[in-house]
Each structure stands twice: as structure tokens, then as C-alpha cells.
Design a protein around this ligand. Structure first.
Ligand SMILES: *[C@@H]1O[C@H](CO)[C@@H](O)[C@H](O)[C@H]1NC(C)=O
Ligand SMILES: *[C@@H]1O[C@H](CO)[C@@H](O)[C@H](O)[C@H]1NC(C)=O
Ligand SMILES: *[C@@H]1O[C@H](CO)[C@@H](O)[C@H](O)[C@H]1NC(C)=O
Ligand SMILES: *[C@@H]1O[C@H](CO)[C@@H](O)[C@H](O)[C@H]1NC(C)=O
Ligand SMILES: [Cu+2]
Length: 177
């Protein structure tokens, strides 16, 4: 194999690695899990610091029989009524739900007074699949209003890529000569 095809191969591999799409798994409520929260707006806060994209997974962490998950229309979310759920009520926990429709989604727990006490989640799913290059969420910052996904090549990852290529290239030269 000649020098150019070697370099071409390395470049191709790096490009493929850069562009690989990763599905984001959102653990609802993070450490809190899916429960009746102490803070009635806990899931609203959690939703505001997460960016949801088509194909992402919502992971509801709860014990079977203690809670459940039902997707409902907006009105039912607001009034906490569970007699017109979208699809079946998921009673077995923990469970993963793939976000395969963009736009608003509303989820509630149908057990007892859980929903009215804050066990309800409203999210907005953007139509752009995530690139896996999402910045880490920082709880200390005010909720972000940005819905634009990050560019596939940020300045930082671009220069990181350049230095990796440079490193491999110099290694190659060292081996060849
Ligand atoms: C849900 O139940 C309430 C009370 O039982 C009733 O008033 C309402 O019409 C029902 N809604 C639907 C969509 O079935
Ligand atoms: C949910 O998805 C995550 C990531 O793919 C996986 O680790 C976990 O086991 C899944 N949980 C369930 C209940 O399927
Ligand atoms: C969307 O997800 C639901 C539940 O996860 C599933 O039942 C349905 O078949 C999916 N629809 C498409 C178009 O993949
Ligand atoms: C989803 O986004 C639309 C448009 O920005 C906004 O009006 C709506 O309130 C949002 N819904 C939720 C559940 O965040
Ligand atoms: Cu519950």
C-alpha cells in the first residue's frame, strides 16, 4: 500500500468516527428517577436542561406497581386525567421509550395522586437527530432556549482532528524513513 492510500485510509476512518450518529439516552429525572418529586416542578426543570431529538431514548426508572408511564394529550397532562392515553400504559419498570415523533410529548403517572403532585413530564422533540456532539448539560446555568443542534465540526473538534492527523502522519513518516 502506498503512502497516499495509507493517508487516505486514515483520513476516511477519522471522518467516519467524527460523523457517527449517537442516540442520546435521557434518564428521566436523572438520579431522582420516575417518582413523585418533592419539588412539584422537578420534571419541568429537568426537561428544560435537556435537548430531545428524534431517535433519542427516554429511560423511565421506576419499580413495577409503584408507578407507571402513560403518554397523554396536552389537556390530559394539564388536568392529570388518564382516560385517553396514547397507546398503552406502561406498567413494567424500568422502561425505555424511543422518541420516534417530533414535537410535543406529554407523559404522566396514572397511579393515585402522583400526577397532580408533579409526576408528569412535557418535552419537545426536535426533528434533527442528535449528532452525539451535544455539550454536557450544566445544571447551574439558566434553562437554555437554543434548539439548534451543534455543528458537526466545531472549531475545537476540527483542530483536534487536525492534530490527530498530524500525529499519525509524523508517526507514519517515522516508520517509513
Ligand atoms: C375522562 O373521564 C372524565 C371523568 O370520568 C370524563 O368527564 C371525561 O369525559 C373523560 N374523557 C375522555 C376523553 O374519555
Ligand atoms: C435502556 O437503554 C439503555 C441504553 O441503550 C440500556 O442500557 C438499558 O438497559 C435500557 N433499559 C431497558 C429497561 O430496556
Ligand atoms: C414509535 O414508538 C412506539 C413506541 O415505542 C412504537 O409502538 C411505534 O411502532 C413506533 N413507530 C414508528 C413509526 O417507529
Ligand atoms: C414546544 O415548543 C413550542 C415552540 O417553541 C412551545 O410553544 C411549546 O410550549 C413547547 N412545549 C413544551 C412542552 O415545551
Ligand atoms: Cu407514580
Amino acid at each position: 500500500m502506498n503512502k497516499m492510500s495509507f493517508i487516505g485510509g486514515v483520513m476516511t476512518i477519522l471522518m467516519v468516527l467524527q460523523c457517527t450518529e449517537a442516540v442520546t439516552v435521557h434518564v428521566v429525572g436523572d438520579g431522582l428517577g420516575w417518582t413523585v418529586p418533592e419539588d412539584i416542578s422537578a420534571y419541568q426543570t429537568w426537561a428544560s436542561i435537556n435537548n430531545f431529538a428524534l431517535g433519542d431514548i427516554l429511560s423511565f426508572n421506576f419499580e413495577t406497581n409503584r408507578h407507571d408511564v402513560a403518554e397523554v394529550p396536552k389537556g390530559s397532562y394539564e388536568s392529570c386525567t388518564s382516560n385517553n392515553t396514547i397507546g398503552t400504559i406502561i406498567t413494567t419498570g424500568p422502561t425505555n421509550i424511543t422518541l420516534n415523533r417530533s414535537g410535543e410529548h406529554f407523559y404522566i403517572c396514572t397511579i393515585g395522586q402522583h400526577c397532580i403532585n408533579g409526576q408528569k413530564l412535557a418535552i419537545n422533540v426536535s426533528a434533527t437527530p442528535s449528532t452525539g456532539a451535544l455539550p454536557p448539560s450544566t445544571g447551574a446555568l439558566p434553562p437554555s432556549t437554543t434548539t439548534t443542534p451543534p455543528p458537526p465540526f466545531s472549531a475545537a473538534s476540527g483542530s483536534a482532528l487536525a492534530s490527530v492527523v498530524l500525529l499519525l502522519f509524523s508517526l507514519f513518516l517515522g516508520v517509513a524513513f
